[in-house]
Design a protein around this ligand. Structure first.
Ligand code: NAD
Length: 260
C-alpha cells in the first residue's frame, strides 16, 4: 500500500514509534527511525526491519528536544531517503508531579519534545510535501490531548496543544494532497507507562500486575491495554488513499477512556 513512500517516525527505537515504523515498513515504505538506546540493539532493530520487510531502513539518532536539531534531523532524513512523504511525530516523554512541585526543567523538556518538536519537524517537512503535492503528517497525541489528569500538567498542556497544531496544519495544507491527523491512544504498555505502573505498585504496596489492573480500571473501561501494533495499523490507515479526505481529525484508540 505504501510502496515508494518515504517515512520518518520520531522516537521509534522503542514502544509505539517502533511499532508504527514496522507497520509502515510492512506496507512497503522506506523508513527513518530515531530515538535513544543501546547502539547494538538499535542496529539490530534497523537491520531487522530491512530483512523482515524488504525495504530500506535508516537510523538517525538526533535529540529532538532541540528545535534546530529537529529541523536538521528532517533535512538529514530527506537526504538519506531522497524525499519525505510521511512524518509521524511520535517522540514523547512524561513526568508526574503536582504543579507546585513540578520541576521547571521537566516542564521545559516535555514542552520541547512533546510539542515544539512537532512544530519544528512539520515545518521542515512541509515544503517538500507541498512541492510534491502529497504528504501525510500523523501526530501521536493522547487521550490527554482531549481530557486531563492530575499531576500531568506539562504532558496534558503539550498534548492539547498538539491537537490544535494538528488542525492548523490541516487547514494550511487542505486541497494540496496533504493531510494531518492525530492519534489519541489511551494506556499502552510501553516503557513510558511501565514506569507509572511501577510507581503505583510502590505507592500501594501491591505487585506490578495488580497496579497495572488498577491503572486501567481508573481510566480505560475496556480494562485492556491498547497495543503498539494496533496504533501502527491506525497510522497506516491515515497514510492510505482511503484517508485522503480525513484531515484535522483525531482517532481515539483508548478503550473508551474519553467516551465517559
Ligand atoms: P517510549 O518511552 O516507549 O518511547 C519513546 C521514544 O522516544 C523512544 O524511542 C525514545 O528513545 C524516544 N525519545 C525520548 N526522548 C527523545 C528525544 N529527546 N529525542 C528523540 N527521541 C526521543 O514511549 P511510548 O509510550 O512509545 O510513547 C510514544 C508516544 O506515544 C509519546 O508521544 C507518548 O506521549 C504517546 N502516548 C503514549 C501512551 C502510552 O500509554 N504509552 C498513551 C498515549 C500517548
Amino acid at each position: 500500500m505504501l510502496k515508494g513512500k518515504k517515512a520518518v517516525v520520531t522516537g521509534s527505537t522503542s514502544g509505539i514509534g517502533l511499532a508504527i515504523a514496522r507497520q509502515l515498513a510492512a506496507n512497503g515504505a522506506e523508513v527513518v527511525i530515531n530515538g535513544f538506546g543501546d547502539a547494538d540493539q538499535i542496529e539490530r532493530t534497523r537491520s531487522g526491519i530491512e530483512t523482515e520487510f524488504g525495504v530500506r531502513a535508516h537510523y538517525i539518532g538526533a535529540d529532538l528536544s532541540n528545535g534546530d536539531a529537529t529541523r536538521q534531523f528532517i533535512d538529514e532524513a530527506i537526504k538519506a531517503m531522497g524525499g519525505i512523504h510521511i512524518l509521524v511525530n511520535n517522540a514523547g516523554i512524561q513526568h508526574t508531579a503536582l504543579i507546585e512541585d513540578f520541576p521547571a526543567e521537566r516542564w521545559d523538556a516535555i514542552i520541547a519534545l512533546n510539542l515544539s518538536a512537532v512544530f519544528h519537524g512539520s515545518a521542515a517537512a512541509l515544503p517538500h510535501m507541498k512541492k510534491q503535492g502529497w504528504g501525510r503528517i500523523v501526530n501521536i497525541a493522547s487521550a490527554h490531548g482531549l481530557v486531563a489528569s492530575p499531576q500531568k500538567s506539562a504532558y496534558v498542556a503539550a498534548k492539547h496543544a498538539v491537537m490544535g497544531l494538528t488542525k492548523v496544519t490541516a487547514l494550511e495544507t487542505a486541497g494540496q494532497g496533504i493531510t494531518c491527523n492525530a492519534i489519541c491512544p489511551g494506556w499502552v504498555r510501553t516503557a513510558l507507562v511501565e514506569r507509572q505502573i511501577e510507581a503505583l505498585a510502590e505507592k500501594n504496596g501491591t505487585d506490578i500486575e495488580a497496579a497495572a489492573r488498577e491503572l486501567l480500571a481508573e481510566k480505560q473501561p475496556s480494562l485492556e491495554f491498547v497495543t503498539p501494533d494496533q496504533l501502527g495499523q491506525a497510522a497506516v490507515f491515515l497514510c492510505s488513499e482511503a484517508a485522503s479526505q480525513m484531515t484535522g481529525a483525531h482517532l481515539s484508540m483508548d478503550g473508551g477512556w474519553t467516551a465517559r
